[in-house]
Design a protein around this ligand. Structure first.
Ligand SMILES: Nc1ncnc2c1ncn2[C@@H]1O[C@H](COP(=O)(O)OP(=O)(O)OP(=O)(O)O)[C@@H](O)[C@H]1O
Ligand SMILES: [Mg+2]
Length: 283
């Protein structure tokens, strides 16, 4: 009986948040680094479906760095990184598209559907949602920088109660072009801004943004981010993430969160409890 009462309390505590967030768009970047076990993926899917069932409108954008690396290795295609970006020649681009728009996108979509949502997996190429140009063709190949974000198809899917699941691949406006590999964090930031989302949440493999003493930083602003980047405390895969947080909040999103996707139900803790988890960046 006592346990049952506690369960009801948990529900009641979540009520104000459920009310506040009803009908609001939340963009969730599901990092490759948080897609590490089947159990975690299932819990992620359940959390998204719960959000959806209480009236939040989730939009999922996924990464997949590790899975791309594994597939390149299986196919014995060599690749390397410059400045944290995977140098993407035509062969690598083929694998990027196979893994991101193919296996990972459909795996997440199928899981969400299994748990009771109506999810649709698309890539940035669909309905010309994302268009890009090379950052530096000589240096990085088909790694793109976004030139256009058209949220129309996402808005249509949301209006029809679908959960869009987006692979960060963009088209070029050239005929027969293989397309571009886009950093998923940057894509998520721009998409969130174009949708005027309420929140953007990055699920990754650290408790949040850490300081030089390896302690979590609970809140960050633009100035602090500049300093932490300049002295190398924010480094590697965290750089596009904080940049994307700033793109989002400067583009009208109220809050950006970086949370630990390895923790069970981290998403629900962030959204439905007063404590929150991880690092928050506000406008
Ligand atoms: N100050 C910092 N605080 C926390 N993590 C940091 C910091 N600086 C650099 N990092 C690195 O950023 C990493 C997270 O970015 P990473 O690109 O690896 O993951 P992801 O974006 O979630 O996954 P994917 O790129 O596959 O979608 C951390 O594992 C950590 O090594
Ligand atoms: Mg990353």
């Amino acid at each position: 009986m006592k346990q049952k009462i506690n369960q009801v309390r948990v529900l009641l505590d979540a009520l104000p948040y459920i009310k506040r967030y009803a009908n609001q768009i939340f963009v969730i970047k599901y990092g490759g680094s948080a897609q590490i076990t089947p159990e975690l993926k299932e819990k992620f899917a359940r959390d998204i479906v719960l959000m959806y069932l209480v009236g939040i409108k989730p939009v999922v954008i996924h990464g997949g760095g590790r899975a791309i690396g594994d597939m390149l290795e299986r196919l014995k295609i060599g690749s390397h990184f410059i400045d944290g970006l995977r140098v993407t020649d035509e062969k690598v681009m083929e694998v990027v598209e196979m893994v991101l728009s193919g296996s990972i996108n459909k795996e997440i979509t199928a899981l969400l559907n299994e748990y009771g949502a109506k999810a649709i997996g698309i890539s940035g190429k669909d309905a010309s949602m994302l268009e890009a140009k090379p950052i530096d063709m000589q240096k990085y190949g088909y790694v793109g920088e976004l030139t256009k974000v058209d949220p129309q198809v996402i808005n249509k899917l949301i209006a029809e109660k679908f959960i869009p699941v987006i692979a960060p691949v963009a088209s070029s406006n050239e005929n027969g072009h293989p397309g571009f590999n886009i950093n998923a964090d940057i894509a998520a930031g721009h998409i969130a801004a174009s949708l005027k989302a309420r929140k953007i949440i990055f699920m990754t493999d650290t408790p949040g943004v850490m300081n030089s003493e390896k302690e979590i930083i609970h809140t960050l602003n633009e100035e602090q981010i500049k300093t932490l980047k300049a002295n190398g405390v924010i480094d590697g895969g965290m750089i596009p993430k904080v940049d994307a947080c700033l793109d989002a909040v400067n583009g009208g999103v109220m809050k950006a969160h970086i949370i630990d996707g390895r923790i069970e139900h981290a998403l629900l803790l962030e959204i439905f409890t007063s404590e929150g988890v991880g690092t928050v960046i506000k406008s």
